[in-house]
Design a protein around this ligand. Structure first.
Ligand code: TMP
Length: 212
């Protein structure tokens, strides 16, 4: 059979402002898919465990200062360094739930005023998600949620700009979910949104690449 019809895992991306609930919803989604018997892993970007990730982590906690374009490229490199493992896992049949991906890279850097096309360029050729789940929350509501942790971008004014930059990327392929609903309702909507994609990938949907 042609390789395009080989079974694989799905690439599921969660996006949203800081404090939109991505992290807790990602783990709920992991339990759900595992419970159905699908081999699933939960990843996140930035992956702070690599040496590039440690540079990013130092930057986010204000321990180091980097030029806006430099940090943008480090975030991108942090995805590139995981790309081949990502492809291996998907081809092994493992579904990957990813807490932030290239859309965060573009939203946070273009919110600083960098040109959006420049921001998108280093992402070209990374694996494209099968579905982007956007947890939509007004920046003011996110700021009220138990306070920000004090990292570099966790400021209301900046998050307002980030929200606009997410909107600029959002198209009909994204599943936008109102993140102000009760946790269980959001959980259910995410489950409903991903299942068809997991099945389509099992049946051999071909991998695609940024930017589709
Ligand atoms: P985290 O809180 O999800 O670990 O993400 C850390 C911060 O990094 C968050 O404010 C979003 C930002 N970010 C970027 O600026 N560019 C990127 O490519 C990614 C993945 C995250």
């Amino acid at each position: 059979r042609a390789s395009s019809s080989e079974s694989r895992g799905a690439l599921i991306v969660l996006e949203g402002l800081d404090r939109s609930g991505k992290t807790s919803q990602s783990s709920r989604l992991l339990s759900y898919l595992e419970g159905l018997g699908h081999s699933t892993e939960l990843w996140r970007f930035p992956d702070r465990n690599t040496s590039v990730g440690q540079m990013i982590s130092a930057y986010l906690s204000n321990k180091s200062h980097l030029d806006d374009r430099t940090i943008h490229l480090l975030f991108s490199a942090n995805r590139w360094e995981k790309r081949s493992l990502m492809e291996t896992q998907l081809k092994n049949g493992t579904t990957l739930i990813i807490d932030r991906y290239s859309y965060s890279g573009v939203a946070f850097s273009s919110a600083k005023g960098l040109d959006i096309e420049w921001c998108k360029a280093p992402e070209v050729g990374l694996l494209a998600p099968d579905i982007v789940l956007y947890l939509d929350i007004p920046p003011e509501k996110a700021a009220e949620r138990g306070g920000y942790g004090g990292e570099r971008y966790e400021q209301l004014e900046f998050q307002r700009k980030v929200a606009k930059c997410y909107q600029a990327q959002c198209d009909s392929s994204w599943k936008v979910i109102d993140a102000c609903q009760p946790i269980e309702d959001i959980e259910k909507q995410l489950q409903d949104a991903v299942l068809d994609h997991v099945i389509a990938c099992e049946r051999g949907r071909p991998l695609s690449y940024l930017w589709p």
